[in-house]
Design a protein around this ligand. Structure first.
Ligand code: C5P
Length: 203
């Protein structure tokens, strides 16, 4: 039987890092589902129709180098509001989730919509200020010219759009375990997630 870990939460809460570490620790495949929306947003930035872009999405599109920028994130969150874009991406995510090795998927609606029967659901969050500061440090280290205030505004705007859209809004599933990383080191956040998964596996 496959083992599915669903990890949801807002931007820069640490869910990507935790998901990668969990996948490595338990030998599971990992899908960062935000990349699907980013790849669609990226195509829309160059003039494509969002629904056509989502329907034509190809796994190679996820490997594009420029998907991680703040600008692409805003386009991703705008296309993610469109129900037809979301439904075009469902099958890819569900097939990934049910592969024999088991899988970790991280995103906004994994525990609520994509994998409602996941074996364990985590919701990784942190205060907007902590998340904006982390994202600002990351962007600055890469040489991006931005300010903390600008990054905070982008984080808050994206959280608002993601959590208030009518189709698959970002929220913790009823049975999700919340991990607030505001005051945790990344090592202890990973440790917390791994301990929760281990206890679920042995239950
Ligand atoms: O996780 P990441 O920040 O890369 O996601 C980019 C955007 O894609 C999010 O702000 C959200 O609008 C959208 N998204 C989504 N559902 C997911 C994953 C991402 O709506 N499962």
């Amino acid at each position: 039987m496959t083992f599915i870990v669903a990890i949801d939460g807002p931007a820069a809460a640490g869910k990507g890092t935790i998901s990668k570490a969990v996948a490595a620790e338990f030998g599971l495949a990992h899908l960062d589902t935000g990349l699907l929306y980013r790849a669609v947003g990226f195509k829309v930035m160059s003039g494509a129709d969002p629904i056509a872009a989502a329907n034509a999405l190809n796994p190679l599109d996820l490997e594009h180098d420029d998907l991680r920028t703040a600008n692409v994130a805003q386009f991703a969150s705008q296309v993610a509001v469109i129900p037809e874009v979301r439904s075009a991406l469902v099958n890819f995510q569900r097939s990934f989730a049910t592969q024999a090795s088991g899988a970790v998927l991280d995103g906004r609606d994994i525990g609520t919509v994509i994998c409602p029967d996941a074996d364990i659901k985590l919701f990784v969050t942190a205060s907007p200020e902590v998340r904006a500061n982390r994202r600002f440090q990351e962007l600055s280290a890469k040489g991006a010219k931005t300010t903390y205030e600008k990054v905070l505004n982008e984080v808050v705007e994206r959280d608002m759009r993601d959590s208030t859209r009518s189709d698959a809004p970002m929220r913790a599933a009823a049975e999700a375990i919340v991990i607030d990383t505001s005051e945790l080191t990344i090592e202890s956040a990973i440790q917390t997630a791994c301990d929760l998964i281990r206890s679920k596996q042995s239950a």
